[in-house]
Design a protein around this ligand. Structure first.
Ligand SMILES: Nc1ncnc2c1ncn2[C@@H]1O[C@H](COP(=O)(O)OP(=O)(O)OP(=O)(O)O)[C@@H](O)[C@H]1O
Ligand SMILES: [Mg+2]
Length: 378
């Protein structure tokens, strides 16, 4: 029995109402015990005097009649008290039933829904009635379920994407090995080189994925300090000097004079810049041009990497930072291109600084400009 009361909010409510009624009744009984006789006598004495005056000698005030009257009065008082307590109890039961339906039913529905979500049914939702706290809770609950649903479908898509990306180089390696074993492919240096290239691509993909998961999970600490933009640019371009040379691409720096220092994690900022410049190099034909510029706008510095390369068609601009997104999948593969993670990492790093990154391109063959912001050091 106590167990039942402990486990049911409705029963607890009813119990608390009954307790209040009980206290009320007890207080009334005790009060009537002590106050009622005296008060009754006082009133009757007053009335008796009035009646005596009106009706002469034998009257109302005789003590026998008085005590009989008191007994009758007491009985009718107790009867009234009993009816009142009964009525209060009926109201208490009705109220607790009503509240059970209004409060406990939604809570129970949410509890069941939570159970189903825990079992992996992320499309579970509860009904929202009204605007009170319970309705708000239900609304928040639905929002949470929606988020979980999204996360779950993202996780599924990610696994699908990753296996798809892994399959391509693996298929190539397996095909070459089979060709070698069957004697269809000659055991030349070139064949081995091909296999090595694919293995290398696999390696890079796994490294990129690891970096992406680290960056997206924020499993690193930003070491924010004041930095010189020009030394940042220098570090990034020095790393890519061989590519600039081999593709005969010229580099122009347009750094505004008296550029303030910026507040950023040096390694991460260089990583973003290297990433963007690496892309510019990759997607710009030989003999092209890359301009890295920086200017102050308000309390931010905007750093841009602009190229004269193949450009990006407008319909792709919105997706370019998505994971595994490539404008031309087949071409980027043939040209030993990447896996479409570079920009996703760059964006996560910039956003970790609380800043923005975006792309502009007039279209195919019109070059592209990638810009990101970093805060100035005060
Ligand atoms: N400067 C650019 N000019 C034209 N297209 C670009 C440029 N930078 C990026 N892109 C397009 O955006 C896509 C995504 O770029 P991202 O850097 O994320 O991936 P990726 O370069 O293909 O591979 P990786 O993960 O190795 O960097 C590229 O595949 C390319 O189609
Ligand atoms: Mg890239």
């Amino acid at each position: 029995m106590t167990d039942y009361f402990q486990r049911h909010l409705g029963a607890k409510l009813l119990l608390s109402y009954l307790a209040i009624i009980l206290v009320g009744v007890v207080v009334l009984i005790v009060a009537s015990q002590f106050i009622l006789p005296a008060s009754f006598n006082r009133h009757m004495a007053g009335m008796g005097m009035m009646m005596d005056g009106m009706m002469g000698e034998q009257g109302f005030g005789s003590s026998n009649a008085m005590s009989q009257l008191y007994i009758d009065f007491r009985a009718s008082f107790n009867e009234a008290l009993m009816y009142a307590a009964l009525a209060a109890m009926v109201v208490a039961i009705a109220l607790s039933l009503y509240l059970s339906r209004g409060v406990i039913a939604p809570v129970r529905a949410m509890s069941l829904a939570t159970q189903r979500i825990a079992d992996g049914r992320y499309d579970e939702r509860v009904q929202v009635h009204g605007t009170d706290e319970l309705a708000q809770l239900a609304m928040r609950f639905n929002q949470m379920a929606e988020k979980l649903n999204q996360t779950e479908s993202m996780r599924r898509r990610l696994i699908g994407d990753v296996s798809h990306e892994l399959r391509t180089p693996l298929t190539a390696i397996k095909g070459s090995m089979e060709g070698l074993m069957d004697g269809v492919l000659p055991a030349t240096n070139e064949t081995y080189q091909q296999i090595h290239t694919e293995a290398d691509r696999l390696n890079r993909l796994v490294d990129d994925l690891q970096e992406l998961s680290r960056v997206e999970a924020r499993a690193y600490q930003l070491d924010i300090r004041p930095l010189d933009v020009s030394s940042l640019v220098q570090t990034a371009t020095k790393r890519l000097a061989p590519q600039f040379e081999s593709k005969r691409i010229s580099l122009d720096l347009e750094l505004a004079p008296d550029l303030p220092r910026i507040l950023a994690d040096e390694d991460r900022a260089v990583q973003v810049l290297t990433n963007l410049t690496g892309n510019a190099l990759q997607y710009t034909p030989e003999g092209g041009r890359i301009i890295i510029s920086a200017k102050q706008i308000g309390d931010e510095v905007q750093i841009s990497v602009c190229d004269t390369g193949i450009g990006i068609p407008p319909e792709h601009l919105a997706h370019i930072f998505d994971r595994f997104y490539r404008v031309d999948k087949s071409r980027s593969r043939q040209s030993g291109g990447g896996s479409g993670i570079g920009l996703t990492i760059a964006r996560a790093l910039v956003e970790a600084h609380g800043e923005r990154i975006w792309v502009e391109s007039a279209g195919m063959g019109q070059g592209s400009t990638f810009t990101f912001t970093l805060p100035t050091a005060k």
